[in-house]
Design a protein around this ligand. Structure first.
Ligand code: ATP
Length: 947
């Protein structure tokens, strides 16, 4: 089969073999058997491709040739199967059996109406399910994978489906590999390949050829599409994309979104089933009593029972619940919270604690170096943001910029020990590609470069200062930054000098970490270094942190001979401390407001950060998190047992220098304390904590693919305020589900009571089976759907979180359902009997009963917009235009029902005059008045109770 690349004839390569337990069929050339040079030749790429990558033109041509890097869609259920599944529902079975029996009895009209009801129900279900799926699909597309490639000599992030064979792919810890890649260079790369091989332990990668018959898991010089980089960095060349990757061969689509169901929906479906059985048993009993004891003819009794069954079954319930949920998910997506797992929507509404990262979520992640502290003193850096403008001075006095000065060395270290890159957009805005902390150091470098001998105009160009420094000291190797280590180191040669002995190591990282590596400190020009004054540096670091600044230490030492690699042991001793830098990262304004809103909503906010305790506390104070309470560090958490940790998490709100494992422990401790926890995360190691939390919140911008896969929701803007919006939407969805049930059930209850009363008291049936179905199928569903669009209640974020174990319907709600059911019954049955007394025809009296129920529903829909508040509160009747629209849509339908001759034939209805309509209106409004009085009583008697 085709590998995706035009294979050059190579006799040594066999075309296919059986691998890895026979599960995967290996096809295509054996890229893993060749040296990197051979691979590049085969791909017709130049040997310096790792630096230059493809050109945009080449990439376009290849994209045309090989197509987008997408897996064929996993086969969905066909439309027909989906439609057929709509009929697989016990409620519809019952109605179909009823249709059959009515047909046998010769009641053709009833048979027709029953069958129509079944089909309309299936069609509504089908359309609504389709809509819900389309909404979720759209959201799935928002989660498309990104890949970093080198093209035209620049690193850039592109959509993963634009990857082509021959592209140079950059891999970092946390990335999901987006295509099959032959590795060209690796730095401690470890990849977890469970998606392909089932092996959950990460595999160490390297670049040397391996045996031709190596199983997939042993092809250590390859990285396969769909696998996760858990550590290190690498560059590789794409050898297969789309269906030609190994993942494509096993033809599994790694699904992003789980099925469209939630515990609540399952509960409701279960409730529907139970209800169906209860109705069946009840109907059978009624039939037995009616025809057996009372002697009503079986055929007549059967029609009554059919009416009873039809009235009691809430046909529209499951479909509308699904739509309400899907609409909620759409609204969240519009507010930048992308839901990956639907149950999270419910959990969000019940969240009691939000644990949030600091950097980028609570703060802006726009970093600017403001202070540099060397052994000589403290320097101020002017300017904000990423624009390279601003002077560096010491209380107004220009510093000594000789190359050997600690300040100059620190600036160079900050630029060189750095993986970020500055860019200037067309509109002039400056942007960092990579870590903003590193971006801040690049900007410092650009501000200082003119003083260090670079042309001032040149230094203003994006990336120019960085290139200038790098040209003097090209990078040979690096130890990448990992949150656990809290430092990064690079090894540099000296341009133009003989290799031996002319290397330098630069280190930057958290001060306490870098201080461990240092035994000297740089002092004024020409004086070299002196022993480290550790107290001085600790004091300075605490000073900077207490001002809310993020503190990094910069150090350097002579390296070993060029060509050698940089090992951890080389860095951990004998470094010379150059300086501390203090970086501002102000809190987001919207985060301050969002934290306040959480506190009002009874939700506690905890900051869990990798940053320094003092910095965390200072930023926490600006955000009103943990004010007046101590901040606890990861080291302190590490020595606590589970019991004392549980006590601590109840009190403390700021956790600093916390590792991903500690995040997991904190979530567990909070959960044991009965809290419903939302936890944010971005790193590859945050996955366990994200999975464990009730709502795992992954960062969409700076988060790794590993974190996004583990998260229940992904924040498109990494913003804390977005979590709070999602909580608000979660509460709204839950409210709307409840409002819908509270609206729907009394209609069924009222109708069923009318039919039961008629059977019990041997009255003429006020509603026929066909009429009941008309009400349920046409009006109830159309009206009830409007509640799915109901906006959030006023003060929704001023009430405490819902207790997770609280039943869906409180006692108050059950009371409301019973009360309104009885009211509907009294209104419709009362009017019906009264009219019969007055000598009105049976058809007209029944038509009045039907219209009374429908009108009562319309009125009750207005009531149902608020469970406790008056219908006239705040925005009055106009808060949800869909409510008014759906009522308006029902009026012509009822008109048709009453006056259209064909409807009169089908439903046995009859035209009404104005005085009859007036009575219908009065009877229907009874429900409205009673519901409002009930709300008033509730507000007065139980001001705190939640409906
Ligand atoms: P949060 O968990 O709130 O996002 P954070 O981003 O501050 O916090 P980390 O990124 O884990 O957490 O950083 C922890 C510490 O590591 C920082 O306080 C800083 O001292 C150091 N550090 C951060 N970024 C780098 C980097 N690129 N190179 C070297 N050291 C860094």
């Amino acid at each position: 089969m085709d590998s995706g690349i035009p294979p050059k004839p190579r006799p040594s390569v066999s075309s296919s073999s059986q691998v890895a337990g026979g599960r995967l069929r290996d096809v295509g050339p054996h890229w893993h058997t060749h040296t990197t040079q051979e691979v590049l030749e085969r791909l017709e790429l130049p040997s310096d491709v790792a630096r230059q990558g493809l050109s945009q033109a080449q990439a376009r041509a290849r994209l045309q040739q090989y197509g987008p890097n997408r897996l064929a869609q996993a086969r969905r259920r066909s439309v027909w199967v989906r439609l057929a599944m709509q009929f697989h529902n016990i409620l519809l079975y019952i109605m179909m059996v009823a249709a059959l029996v009515t047909a046998l009895l010769g009641h053709w009209v009833d048979t027709g109406v029953l069958l129509a009801a079944v089909f309309i129900n299936a069609a509504i279900g089908f359309i609504q399910e389709g809509k819900a799926e389309a909404a979720l699909d759209a959201i799935r597309n928002m989660l498309s994978l990104q890949a970093t490639v080198v093209r035209d000599g620049q690193r850039q992030a592109i959509a993963a489906d634009a990857l082509v064979p021959g592209d140079v792919l950059v891999l970092n810890a946390g990335d999901k590999v987006a295509a099959d890649v032959r590795l060209l260079s690796v730095t401690q790369l470890r990849v977890e390949e469970a998606a392909l091989t089932g092996e959950s332990l990460p595999v160490d990668k390297q670049v040397q050829p391996v045996a031709a018959d190596a199983a997939l898991g042993d092809r250590t010089n390859m990285a396969f599409s769909g696998t996760l980089v858990v550590y290190g960095q690498a560059l590789g060349v794409v050898v297969a994309t789309g269906n030609r990757t190994q993942l494509g061969h096993i033809n599994t689509m790694l699904s992003n979104l789980a099925v469209a169901t939630t515990p609540l929906l399952r509960k409701i479906n279960g409730f529907g089933h139970k209800l169906a059985w209860v109705i069946l048993v009840f109907a059978a009993l009624t039939f037995a009593v009616g025809s057996g004891l009372r002697g009503i003819p079986a055929a007549e009794m059967f029609m009554m029972v059919v009416a009873l069954v039809a009235s009691a079954i809430p046909e529209g319930l499951p479909a509308i619940m699904t739509v309400t949920l899907a609409l909620g998910v759409q609204r969240m997506a519009r507010r930048k919270a992308i839901v990956r797992r639907l149950p999270a929507v419910e959990a969000l509404g019940a969240v009691t604690v939000i644990c949030s990262d600091k950097t980028g979520t609570l703060t802006r992640n726009e970093m600017t170096v403001q202070r540099v502290v060397t052994a000589e003193g403290r320097f101020q850096v002017e300017g904000g943001g990423y624009a390279p403008v601003g002077h560096i001075h010491r209380d107004g006095v220009p510093p000594d910029w000789q190359a050997a000065s600690p300040l100059a060395q620190a600036v160079v270290a900050g630029v060189l020990c750095n993986d970020a890159r500055m860019r200037q957009q067309e509109d002039g805005l400056w942007q960092v590609e990579g870590d903003p902390t590193e971006g801040a150091l690049l900007v410092l470098g650009s501000k200082a470069a003119p003083m260090l001998g670079m042309d001032a105009a040149q230094a203003q160009r994006a990336g120019a200062a960085q290139d200038w420094f790098e040209a003097m000291q090209p990078r040979l190797d690096a130890i990448p930054f990992e949150s656990e280590h809290r430092f990064m180191a690079t090894l540099h040669g000296m341009a133009g000098q003989d290799a031996a002995g002319a290397c330098r190591i630069y280190v930057k990282g958290a001060p306490e970490r870098v201080l461990e590596f240092c035994d000297t400190q740089a002092v004024a020009s020409g004086q070299g270094s002196v022993p480290l004054d550790i107290d001085y540096w600790r004091r300075r670091a605490t000073d900077l942190a207490a001002q809310g600044l993020r503190v990094l230490a910069l150090a350097s030492k002579p390296g070993q001979a060029a060509g050698e690699r940089l090992a951890l042991a080389d860095v951990q001793r004998g470094c010379c401390l150059l300086a501390l830098v203090g970086i501002v990262d102000p809190p987001r304004d919207e985060a301050i407001a969002a934290v306040r809103s959480c506190h009002e909503a009874g939700i506690r906010v905890k900051m869990i950060t990798g940053d320094h305790a003092e910095t965390a506390r200072a930023i926490g104070a600006q955000l009103a998190i943990g004010v007046g309470k101590p901040a606890i560090t990861g080291a302190e958490v590490a020595v606590m047992d589970d019991a004392s940790l549980r006590q601590t998490v109840a009190d403390v709100d700021v956790f600093a220098r916390a590792s991903p494992e500690q995040k997991l422990r904190l979530v567990q401790a909070l959960q044991q304390d009965g809290q419903i926890v939302a936890m944010t995360g971005d790193g590859v190691n945050d996955a366990p904590a994200l999975k464990c939390a009730d709502v795992g919140v992954a960062m969409g911008l700076k988060g790794t693919e590993a974190a996004k896969e583990a998260g229940d929701i992904v924040l498109a803007d990494d913003n804390f305020a977005t979590i709070v919006h999602a909580v608000e939407e979660g509460r709204t969805v839950y409210d709307n589900l409840r409002k819908f049930i509270l609206f729907m059930l009394p209609t069924n209850g009222g109708e069923a009571l009318i039919v039961i009363a008629a059977i019990l008291f041997q009255l003429t049936l006020p509603l026929t089976a066909a009429q009941v179905l008309w009400i349920n199928m046409v009006t109830s569903s159309a009206l009830g759907l409007a509640l799915a669009f109901e906006p959030a209640e006023h003060g929704i974020m001023a009430r405490p979180p819902r207790a997770p174990d609280a039943p869906l319907l409180s006692r108050l709600a059950v009371w409301r359902i019973v009360l309104i059911s009885v009211c509907m019954m009294v209104a419709a049955l009362g009017l019906f009997l009264w009219e019969l007394e007055q000598g009105t025809s049976l058809e007209a009296a029944r038509t009045m009963a039907v219209n009374t129920v429908v009108l009562a529903e319309m009125f009750y829909l207005l009531n149902s917009r608020h469970v406790r508040d008056s219908v006239l509160s705040r925005e009055g009747l106009f808060g949800n235009p869909y409510v008014l629209l759906s009522i308006a849509a029902c009026i012509p339908l009822q008109w048709l029902f009453t006056y259209a001759p064909f409807m009169q034939t089908i439903f046995g209805s009859a035209g009404l005059d104005a005085s009859q309509w007036l009575k219908v209106l009065l009877a229907g409004s009874l429900v409205f008045v009673v519901a409002e009085l009930d709300k008033l009583a509730t507000r007065r008697l139980w001001p705190q109770a939640m409906a």
